[in-house]
Structures are given as C-alpha cells and as structure tokens.
Design a protein around this ligand. Structure first.
Ligand code: ADP
Length: 440
C-alpha cells in the first residue's frame, strides 16, 4: 500500500489547487501548484543529498531516518546493510583463522604470480627461505640452480630436494603446484628424516644382498665342482663341509634378519614374564661352552636378586649374542666372565672377555646393522653383523641399554643394563662367589 500513500501529497496538492481555483481563481491555483512542485523537488533533493552523503561514508554508519514514504525502503536497506556487515565480519574472522592456521603449518607456502614474484607467504616460508615483503622475485630468496631449473619447468614431476642456507643440516623438497594459470604455489617440506630412512633402506638392501651373495656363490661353486669333477671321497667331504658351513651362515643371517624385523615392527612392549636370571645365564653359558669346545675358560659371577621381568626369548637372545661374540673374538685359552649384580637401582648383566678388544673409534657404531670392525674375522667366525643391533633393540624395548667398554688387545665388556622397574627383589638369595664353569 506504500504506493497509495505516496499519492496522498499529490492528491492533497491537487485538491487544494481545485479549491483555490473555485474560490480565488485559476491564477492562484496555478501559483499554488507551482509552489507545491518546487517544494516537492526541494524535498527530494534534500533526501537524495542525505542518502548520497550516507553512501559516501564508511559502511558502519547507520542508514539515515527520513520518515514518510521513504522510511520502509530505508528500513529494508538498513536490514540489508546489517546482514552484509555480519557476513563480512564472519568472512573476515574465518580468513584470519585460516591465515593463523596456514602460518602455523610446518611447511613453507609461497604464492607466486605469473612472473614468479612473491605475492604472499606464510611464517614457515619466511623462516625457511628468508622471504621478506611481497613483489620480489622468488629467485632472490632461493638461488640454487636446481630450483631455478625446476621453476623454469625443466621437469615439473621431479621437485628438487636441497639443503638450504637458513637451515643447515636439513633437506627440503621444493614442490610447485599450479592452482590456476596465473599463479604458482611453492610448498617447501622438510624431508630430512624421510631422506635418512630412504638412505638407510637402500644401504640395508645393498648390505643384505652383499651378505647373501658370498655364501650363495661359494655354495654354487662347490656344488658345481662336486657335480662335474670326479673327486676323492675325502675331498668331496671337505667341499660338502664348506657348503654346509655357508648354508648355516645364510640360515643365521635369515634368522637374525627375521628377529630384527620382528623387533623393529613391534611397537607394543614385550610380553614380560618372571625370569630367573641365574638359570638363564647358566643355560646360555653352557651353549657358549659348547661353541668354545673348551678353548676358553668360562666363569660366572652371579649375585642376587635373580628375578627380572622381561620377554624370555628376547633376553636370552641378547645374552646369547654377547656370549657367542665373546667366544668368537677371544683367542684360545682366553677367559670369559658372565656376571649379574645390582648396581645402584639397576640390574647389570655383563659379559667380559680377554679377547682382541675393539679400538675406541669403532665403539659408537658397533650396534649399527652390518657394522664390523674386521669384516674378514667376523665372516670367518660365522658372524652376520647383526648381533649387537639385535641386542640394542631388545634392550631399548625393555627400557634398558647396552654399554660397551673395550681395550684393544686386552678385552671387552658388554653390559646389559636392566631398569629398576623390571627387577624383582628376592632377599633370600645371598651373593655367590666366582665359580668356574669349566675348570680349564
Ligand atoms: P658380528 O656377527 O660381526 O659379530 P655383531 O653385531 O655381533 O656382528 O658385532 C659387531 C662387531 O663388533 C663385530 O664384527 C666385531 O668386530 C665387534 N665385536 C663384537 N663383540 C666383540 C667382542 N667380544 N670382542 C671384540 N670385538 C667384538
């Protein structure tokens, strides 16, 4: 009905004009109409001026109140302006949140225009590449030729992996995406750990292949000779012995690899049982004695308490690896001592030998897979190069550690440190004196 209301002033002016024409004559009626028109025009101009003035001001200002027939329109306009303002605030808030989230990303993000000039970047990119300000070419900040070639489209599918001056010792993959024709998005990701694991995987595969190749070649060569040459029975036996030895080496390698894979893949803590450490040490010592064939003197120095909570297969394997190494790296008539005692709050299980010892520079690397001080000696004695890596893993899984001390030419001591939480106190067991296992 608003349009009807807008006709009221016009109708009123016409009615007054009609009245004037009847009472005072047409001249007065015409004058009145002219005056009414001018007044109307002035009023409209005034309203337009106010609206124009309002439109030119910042959006936060309220829509002016004019009243009359204009008011309903202005009320609607005020509602629209309010809704738009709320939308804008919401979008601004979301945008700020997004900016904050993007700034907290560990990956560097740089938006480039079509001339490869920086348009925007997040905090990480500022730190990683030292990007400052917008509008400068990206090659001012990343100068490596590999990146420049990649930027120029040398091979878009192969993003360069580079060290960056701002982050010494780390490696970054710099990958470009094209969100549209006009822009490029540069994502810089720290791939140091990934690269390290990849290098480890490559080394591991190369090492395993190398370890397997030697016995396989020997077995193949001897089998061929046995098949093709008419040999004496004694010689045949000798060759078969070599084949057997090499196949056992391979078997040990496979077993150690499987053990290592199981240890590395299981994130769950080991299934612990109560173990009588003295009994376990004696059992493994007896195996060592068999391996030694009485070439060494093996003695025990066992003190209480004897109870330990650990995975029996794993703890036994750790002790066995140390005892076997002691036998293998100790010359005939050497002495090997296997001991157990509580030192402070920890349990210490040690294997000491009077063997060849290990030069200090090798000690930090001994627990690396396939690391050996003397390759030839390790292989000759049937070593796989995995024993100490296995021991270290087992101890880590039990919250303990492997400690190594050695003097070249004098001997070595390998100690399994068992944390206090795994010890079961048993005061009934008194310390025992050193006792020889095989009086030699
Ligand atoms: P391996 O099968 O070669 O013995 P390990 O991982 O058990 O592999 O040991 C790694 C290396 O540590 C060995 O190759 C050897 O050089 C050295 N090593 C281990 N135990 C002893 C020891 N008791 N005396 C001297 N050297 C040792």
């Amino acid at each position: 009905m608003i349009w009807l209301r807008s006709l009221v002033p016009t109708a009123l002016a016409l009615a007054i004009a009609a009245l004037l024409s009847v009472t005072l004559g047409d001249t007065w009626a015409a004058r009145w109409l002219a005056a009414a028109l001018v007044l109307q025009a002035l009023l409209v101009t005034l309203i337009m001026a106010r609206l124009h003035f309002w439109a030119a001001l910042p959006r936060q200002r309220e829509v002016p109140r004019i009243g009359g027939v204009w008011q309903p329109f202005l009320d609607r306009l005020a509602r629209m302006v309010k809704t738009e303002r709320e939308h804008r605030q919401q979008i601004t808030g979301e945008l700020e949140q997004l900016h904050r989230a993007v700034d907290r990303l560990p990956d560097g993000l740089v938006l480039l225009d079509r001339y490869d000039h920086v348009q925007w970047c997040n905090d990480a990119a500022r730190e990683i590449h030292g990007v400052v300000g917008a509008g400068r070419p990206i090659h001012h900040f990343i100068r490596q030729p590999e990146f420049i070639a990649y930027l120029e489209g040398a091979d878009p599918s192969r993003p360069p992996v580079l060290p960056l001056p701002q982050r010494p010792g780390r490696l970054f993959e710099l990958r470009l995406h094209r969100p549209d024709e006009q822009h490029k998005l540069l994502i810089s990701r720290d791939v140091t750990e990934q690269a390290r694991l990849e290098a480890m995987r490559r080394d591991f595969v190369a090492n395993v292949s190398h370890e397997i190749r030697t016995p396989v070649t020997v077995i193949g060569g001897f089998a061929e000779t046995l098949l093709e040459l008419p040999l004496e029975p004694a010689q045949q036996r000798e060759y078969l012995g070599t084949i057997l030895k090499q196949s056992r080496t391979m078997q040990r390698l496979v077993e150690d690899l499987l053990m290592l894979a199981t240890l590395e893949s299981s994130t769950a803590p080991p299934e612990a049982e109560r173990i009588d450490v003295h009994a376990m040490i004696r059992a493994v010592g007896t195996e060592g004695q068999a391996l030694s064939q009485d070439r060494h003197q093996i003695v025990y120095r066992l003190e209480g308490p004897v109870g330990v909570m650990a995975a029996p297969i794993e703890l036994e394997s750790a002790i066995r690896n140390l005892v076997i190494n002691a036998v293998r790296y100790t010359p005939d008539r050497g002495r090997i001592e296997i001991g157990w005692r509580i030192t402070g709050t920890e349990g210490h299980l040690w294997v000491t030998d009077t063997g060849i010892g290990i030069p200090a520079e090798h000690l930090p690397r001994l627990t690396e897979r396939f690391y050996r001080v003397d390759r030839g000696r390790s292989r000759d004695t049937g070593g796989t190069g995995l024993g100490l890596a296995i021991v270290k893993h087992i101890m880590q899984r039990h919250g303990g550690q492997l400690r190594i001390a050695s003097v070249p030419g004098e001997g070595s001591t390998f100690t399994l440190v068992i944390p206090a939480s795994r010890l079961i106190a048993d005061p009934s067991l008194a310390p025992t004196a050193t006792e020889p296992a095989n009086p030699a």
